[in-house]
Structure formats: structure tokens, C-alpha cells
Design a protein around this ligand. Structure first.
Ligand code: BTN
Length: 246
């Protein structure tokens, strides 16, 4: 993983570039890195603040032999890897906000955007895009309340290439475990241990409405288990919902 690396000083979006490379046949494990993104993309059509010099913008191409319905689990694998990479390098025990944000003191340190190309029978490729706020000292007004960086949390600057290497190393191990099991069963306990929502009251907004319950943790598919009344547990599927702490 990450043995083939393409680095750009400026790019529109590393995810867009990685998808292009994947279409052209790039092998699984190829990594695209950039210093600055002119059109960094977040989930739900949002933009991702991507100025030069301080942050990590990376996209990893994968070609897993799994069903398209299992691809969303890779995002949780990536979240675990980022959590570990940060912990190993800086000592900061951030938290995973299900399904795939890394947060510290309620503010976002990292976001992950997974995109794929697939048919019913199988996946052509998956692109896992990871944005980590590393050495940013100040955020634009519009995200100041919701975003933070490793520097703001720890008071120390972190070498970006060392952090990329630490994340990739953790990813490789977790990804192997995921592929060998075919699901997240081997990672449930470590994920739940590092998840900030676990054991907390949450409010879930999805197509079936709006409800409150206690987040218990994830299951082997990466769904969030929410106890809505004693003994009654609902499964929340990522991508369709917004889960908030209350
Ligand atoms: C989110 O909304 O939380 C997901 C943000 C994902 C941002 C990363 S930065 C590297 C990669 N390239 C993009 O354009 N987006 C992802």
C-alpha cells in the first residue's frame, strides 16, 4: 500500500484524480497526495476546506474482491486507521464519530469520503479520500465552530509525511483483517472502544423519521445499533442518516 504514490502541489481534488487513475488501470494500493485542493469535496455535496501547507489530502485506490454492498465498511476501516495513526504519532486519543469522522472535543479533525465504481456482480474500484487537519492554526469563519486541527489540540506541529505513513501502516493491518473476514467482525471491539458516540444518547434523522436512543456500538456490517427502548434495538445504516449527540 502506498508504494505507488502520486504527489501534486495543486490539484482539483485527490478523489477526482484517484478515480481517473483507477479508470486508467492503476493498481490497488495506489495513493494520491496533494498539498492544496482547489475543489476539495466533502460528503453530501459539501466542499472541504483545502488550503496549502498544513493539511493532508489523500486518496487511496483499492480493488477489493467484495460485494458492492460491503464497500461502505471500508470507510469505517479507514476511520480506525486514522484514529490509530494520530494516536501512534501524537499520543492524542481523538475519537471516532460514527461512521467516519475523527473528532476531538466535539470538533472535526478528519473527514473521509469513499466513492466507488461497481456493477451488481462486483467492484471495479473504491477510492477512499481522507482529509486530516494537521497544522492549521486558524480556520475560516464558517467552519471555526466545527473544525479543529492536531496542532490546535496538541500544541505541536506534526510532520505530514510521517502521519501519512502511520495512517497507511494502520490501514494495511485493519484492511487485511476486514478482507480476510469479509466484514467488520474482527474490528467491532476496537472500533467501539474508540467511538465517541458509544453509550451516549443520540438523535437519528433518517427517511423513516426522527428518533432518540442510546448508541450501543456497531455490528459486523458497520451499522450503528441504537436502543430505542429497553430491549428494542434499531440498526442505523450509514450514508442515509445524521446522528447527533444530545
Ligand atoms: C467529509 O465531508 O467529512 C469528507 C471529507 C473528505 C475530504 C477528503 S480530502 C482528500 C479527498 N479529496 C477530496 O476531494 N475529498 C477527500
Amino acid at each position: 500500500f502506498g508504494r505507488e504514490v502520486e504527489y501534486h502541489e495543486i490539484i482539483d481534488s485527490t478523489n477526482i484524480r484517484a478515480k481517473r487513475l483507477a479508470e486508467e488501470g492503476a493498481s490497488s494500493g495506489t495513493l494520491v497526495l496533494a498539498d492544496l485542493q482547489e475543489a476539495g469535496r466533502g460528503r453530501r455535496g459539501r466542499t472541504w476546506v483545502s488550503p496549502s501547507g498544513n493539511n493532508i489530502f489523500m486518496s487511496l485506490i483499492l480493488r477489493p474482491d467484495i460485494l458492492p454492498s460491503s464497500a461502505s465498511m471500508i470507510t469505517l476501516v479507514a476511520a480506525l486507521a486514522v484514529y490509530d495513526g494520530i494516536k501512534n504519532l501524537t499520543g492524542l486519543a481523538a475519537g471516532i464519530k460514527w461512521p467516519n469522522d475523527i473528532v476531538a472535543n466535539g470538533k472535526k479533525l478528519c473527514g473521509i469520503l469513499t466513492e466507488m465504481s461497481a456493477e451488481l456482480e462486483g467492484i471495479h474500484y473504491v477510492v477512499v479520500g481522507i482529509g486530516i487537519n494537521v497544522n492549521m492554526e486558524e480556520f475560516p469563519e464558517e467552519v471555526r465552530q466545527t473544525a479543529t486541527s492536531l496542532f490546535l489540540e496538541t500544541g505541536e506541529k506534526v510532520g505530514r509525511s510521517r502521519l501519512v505513513a502511520a495512517v497507511m501502516e494502520a490501514f494495511e493491518q485493519y484492511y487485511e483483517e476486514f478482507i480476510s473476514q469479509g466484514d467488520l467482525s474482527g474490528l467491532i471491539s476496537v472500533y467501539n472502544k474508540n467511538m465517541v458516540n458509544a453509550g451516549k444518547e443520540v438523535r437519528v434523522l433518517d427517511r423513516s423519521g426522527d428518533y432518540i436512543g442510546k448508541a450501543l456500538g456497531i455490528n459486523e456490517k458497520g451499522e450503528l445499533l441504537v436502543e430505542v427502548e429497553p430491549g428494542k434495538v434499531r440498526r442505523v445504516i450509514s450514508g442515509e442518516v445524521s446522528v447527533r449527540g444530545i
